[in-house]
Structure formats: C-alpha cells, structure tokens
Design a protein around this ligand. Structure first.
Ligand SMILES: [Zn+2]
Length: 453
C-alpha cells in the first residue's frame, strides 16, 4: 500500500455544540454524520485547542507545540518553516498544498513550508478596484459564499495531477460575519437577515466600541447571530459533502487520512464577550475533531472520550506516514481507557495589535483590562486558569461548560493541576523566532474585512 494521503480540513470558529454530531438540536451536520457512519472514523468528544484564535492555534497544529513553546501570539514574528508539518512532509516526498481563506494563515511562517499555497481570499478579492467592490457587494448581499466553493474547486484542480499528497483546506464560513449564502439564510432564521448582518458589522468591524460598552447586543440580536452561524455551518457541511463525494468517486478516499477540526470556538455572550479573545473559556477551547483513518491502518474506535489537544494532529500525521520524529505524540495513543488525569494546556496573550486597533477606534477608553496573559491546564474533570498570580479553579460540568469552584476544600485537585502547569513551564522547548516584515496589502485588506485591523 502506498503512503496515505493526508487531508486536514480546518473549519474556522466552529463550536462543537453547534454541530448535530455533538448533540445540537438542529441538524447542522448531516454530511459529517454520514462520515461517522463509515468504518474507520473516530469522533473525539474531548478535543481542545491550544489557544483561542486562528494564527497561534494553527501554529500548534503545524508544529505540535503549544503557544508557550512556538511563541506566536501576534503578527510580527516568524518561526523556521523547516520545523513545520508541511515542510517535513515535503521532505518525505509528499506534494503539499494549502488553500486558505484567512489572511492570518499567511503569517509567522506557518504555511511557508507548503510547496503551493493558494490564498483563496486573495483570488476572491481581485486587485481591480471595481471588481473588488463588486465582489464585496456580492458577499454582503449573500449572492456568493466566503470562499468555500472556490477552495474545493482549486483543491480538485490541484489534486487531479498529484500522487502522495498532503493538503490543508481552511474554510472561513463559520467565522464572523455570520452571513451564509442566500439559500441558507432562512434555514434557521425567520425573517430577513439584513438587520442581523448590519448589527454584526457594527459589532465586529468596530470591536473597540463593543468592548468599550458603546455598543451592546440584545438577547434577540444574539439569537439572530447564532441562527445565521448555524446556517453557515449547514452550508459548509454541504460543501464538505461535495468534497467527500469527489474523493470517493476519484479513488482518493480509502487511502486518505482525513482530519476535520476547528481552530477554536466562538463566544456568543459568555463572560459578556463576543468573537474569540480575552479568555480561556471552553466555549473557545473545546473544538470538534473527527478523524477518518486510512483503511489499511488497523481498527479505530468510533468515539474517543480522552482529553486530547489539537497539537496532537502533528504527531498523528507523522505516525500515519511512518516518520520518526521526537514530537510524535499521536492521537492513536489515546484510547478509551486513558487515565482521567491526562491533561492538555492552553495559552493566551492579548495581541498588542488588537489593543492598538481598539485604542484607535475609541481613544478615550482604557482597554488595559483586556490586556491579559493566561495559561490553562485541564483534565476530563477539572481546569485551572492562571492569570498572572491569580489562579482560578473550575469543575468541567458538561461540553463547553465549566463552573468556578473554591480552592479551599479542593486543595488536592488544585495542587495537582498547579504542579502540571509548573512542570510544563520547566520543560518548555522554545522555538527560535525572527522578525517578520509587515503585512502585504492583500492580507491587510482581508484582515480589515474581518474587522481585525
Ligand atoms: Zn480562527
């Protein structure tokens, strides 16, 4: 049997509790459900991101390290691509390609190691000013999607002429603004989507106002956000169905390791927040993770409840292709019997560029309360979040749910988690960093469109 092909599918900002396969009452994911009925497919119920936003989270996937080790917390620094998954697989003889819809993924060297990189957001935003405006208008009017169709078409064109491939498909549909194509707008929302989209633009393209309490989102407005978010998910699930069918029809299915995940979740008012910054709540850290293993790779459980991290994707891919690597902590090693004490870590530091942007938007407000540096450790049952010297203990009470508990009376748990954090701090293997020059105009344009700059 040839080496397996590798397909990573990243669904930006997708919370597992909004997928029917994780128990959502709406049927948002029939194609992923269909995938799970196949042999050799595992649903990971307790998978966690290493942080809360696109760039550092994908850096963990591609390096096998938490942010405290790879050191990417903002734009402006870069790691050595030779240590990333794409370049390692390229050295192993794979043809590698990335298809991306979020400009952050062009940063920090994390996708520089791919042989080919298709910046779909750039293709979708032509340099001609009139065509660009027309394109924007089509997205605002929901006459086209946010890049998913083009992404799959480009992947199909590329893959048709390639053996032994590693491909990374990134989809930005669930990322705000939640604005599905017109035929999906009323899948869950009753009435016009326009007021919700206008409100979202107000909140997300000038987030400084939201965090300075100059704008608020009512409960009924938030419900329209989640209705449209679910519509985006239903849409992207259909696009995944199209992708899976293509692979089955063209013989690319059985020998492919397919990993579907989200880079982080999304806040819909938890802790008074929206988007995906400023806390390590499990609404942000708990993520969907589904793996279809290559047919010849032995048997795998259909559900895995072990606590696992997205950083384990790195070792999982390397193990699947038989590549020896010191950081090969693979998901194959996590089984149902795994100890309840298995833990995962997460880090968050507020990007300086984000606070500067807010400050420019609302000069009179003091945003220093949002300038945080957090780390977390969690097991199946408990979680400790360290915010400087302040340490908060939580009990995990359900998917995406945690309740603060006092340290008094829970000393044993608290000390055990604290030791895990201390051990990690003492054993960090930091990656070298170099400076990265400023964003190119197309990336800047894409990030501005999403409200980041
Ligand atoms: Zn993201």
């Amino acid at each position: 049997m040839n080496q397996p092909n590798i397909l990573l599918v990243s669904l930006d900002s997708l919370r597992p509790d909004h997928l029917s396969i994780y128990g959502h009452s709406r049927t948002t994911s029939p194609n992923l459900q269909q995938l799970l009925t196949q042999d050799q497919t595992t649903l990971f119920k307790n998978a966690y991101a290493t942080t809360t936003w696109t760039l550092p989270s994908h850096a963990s996937v591609f390096t096998g390290r938490e942010p405290a080790e790879h050191g990417i917390f903002d734009k402006g620094t870069k790691i050595d691509p030779s240590q990333t998954l794409p370049q390692i697989l390229s050295r192993e003889g794979y043809q590698t390609a990335a298809f991306i819809n979020n400009g952050w993924l062009t940063q920090a060297g994390i996708t520089d190691g791919f042989d080919s990189r298709f910046d779909i957001f750039e293709m979708e935003m032509p340099s001609n000013r009139i065509t660009k405006q027309l394109n924007r208008l089509k997205i605002v009017l929901s006459l086209k999607d946010n890049g998913a169709q083009t992404t799959i078409n480009q992947f199909i064109n590329w893959r048709d002429s390639t053996d032994s491939w590693f491909s990374f498909l990134h989809f930005n549909e669930p990322h705000y603004l939640y604005n599905p194509p017109r035929s999906y707008q009323n899948t869950y929302l009753s009435g016009s989507a326009v007021p919700s989209i206008l409100k979202q633009r107000r909140v997300f393209t000038k987030q400084g106002d939201f965090y300075a309490d100059n704008t608020s989102v009512s409960e009924s407005e938030m419900n329209t956000f989640t209705d449209l978010y679910d519509g985006e998910i239903r849409y992207i699930d259909d696009q995944l169905g199209r992708l899976f069918e293509y692979l089955k029809e063209t013989g690319g299915w059985e020998n492919t390791l397919l990993i579907v995940f989200a880079d982080h979740g999304e806040l819909f008012g938890e802790r008074g927040l929206v988007g995906h910054h400023f806390c390590l709540d499990n609404a942000l850290l708990h993520v969907p993770l589904i793996i279809k293993w290559p047919t010849a790779s032995g048997s795998h459980p259909s559900v895995n409840e072990s606590v696992v991290s997205l950083k384990h994707i790195f070792g999982t891919v390397l193990e699947a292709i038989g590549c020896d690597h010191p950081r090969s902590n693979a998901l194959q090693q996590y089984d149902q019997e795994s100890e309840r004490d298995t833990c995962v870590f997460a880090d968050y530091r507020t990007p300086t560029s984000l606070l500067n942007q807010y400050q420019e938007q609302v000069s009179e407000f003091d945003f220093s309360e949002y300038d945080v540096s957090l780390q977390a450790v969690q097991t199946q049952d408990y979680k400790l979040i360290a915010d400087g010297d302040d340490e908060l203990l939580y009990e995990i009470t359900g998917a995406n749910q945690e309740e603060k508990i006092p340290k008094e009376g829970n000393e044993e748990i608290y000390i055990r988690l604290q030791e895990k954090l201390d051990n990690r701090s003492q054993n960090l293997s930091l990656m070298d960093q170099e400076e990265q020059k400023d964003l190119n105009p197309n990336v800047r344009d894409n990030l501005e469109k999403m409200g980041y700059l």
